[in-house]
Design a protein around this ligand. Structure first.
Ligand code: PEP
Length: 250
């Protein structure tokens, strides 16, 4: 049985004061959630978010991690730095990182290794662009992202690794994959895990859907068998909306 997980991705939003306010507003609304509840926040908000989430069922995550322990990597953050902040999750390979900051499957792979070494749970994002989808390349792209991005990881690593299928054309656009499409594509990712890794890995790996998931479509998406949760961008910035999605089964 895979425990559902709903994770917020705040991207580059919220100051420390706003973080305290938003986490404090979310906490009482999600306290009876049946799923794992995660909020991934900007680095400068992590400490505030951890404090505000203390004693609640909300886990805090970061939005990236570098593979080196330290060094000349201006603007990056190391696992040791995040460890001191006691984050539990970290988003890796988000399409915005791939699109605007040159993230590749190879760097994703190295970042996942660093996250696992630090005992974080990596949320590894994969997904096709609109052009790739229109030219019938969705499966080819996902096959490459999953096999290259997760190359070398073993069965026990998949107790921690979470995959988020996020079609790039659905992120922040208000366009969502239909529940059936998302379910089928996540089913394909599971098939890749079974073929390239092991059937037991395909069965246990949690695979989320992300891309304009909101209060209107969350119940339908979460009712699908292959979808183990959601990575939520825009809707995670509003306490009521995020809590509604977390409580999708109520
Ligand atoms: C995301 O950033 O991972 C995301 C899914 O964003 P949105 O929900 O806004 O589409």
């Amino acid at each position: 049985m895979r425990k559902p997980l709903i994770a917020g991705n705040w991207k580059m939003n919220k100051t420390m004061a706003e973080t305290k306010e938003l986490i404090s507003a979310i906490a009482p609304k999600v306290k009876d959630a049946d799923c794992d509840v995660v909020v991934c926040v900007p680095y400068t908000d992590i400490q505030t978010a951890k404090r505000a989430a203390k004693g609640t069922n909300i886990k805090i995550g970061a939005e990236n991690v570098h593979w080196a322990q330290s060094g000349a990597f201006t603007g990056e953050i190391s696992a040791d730095m995040l460890k001191e902040l006691k984050v539990e999750y970290v988003i890796i390979g988000h399409s915005e990182r791939r699109q605007y900051f040159g993230e590749t499957d190879e760097t994703v792979n190295k970042r996942v290794q660093a996250a696992l070494d630090a005992k974080f749970k990596p949320i590894v994002c994969v997904g096709e662009t609109e052009e790739e989808r229109e030219s019938g390349m969705t499966e080819t792209v996902l096959l490459r992202q999953v096999t290259e991005g997760l190359k070398g990881f073993k069965s026990k690593d998949f107790d921690k690794i979470v995959i988020a299928y996020e079609p790039v054309w659905a992120i922040g656009t208000g366009k969502t994959a239909t529940a059936t499409d998302a379910n089928n594509t996540i089913g394909y990712i599971r098939h890749v895990l079974a073929k390239k890794f092991h059937r037991s890995i395909a069965e246990k790996a949690r695979i989320l859907y992300g891309g304009s998931m909101n209060v209107k479509n969350c119940k339908e998406l979460m009712a699908e068998e292959e979808i183990d949760g959601g990575l939520i961008g825009g809707a995670s910035l509003k306490a009521d909306d995020f809590a509604f999605i977390v409580n999708y089964d109520k």
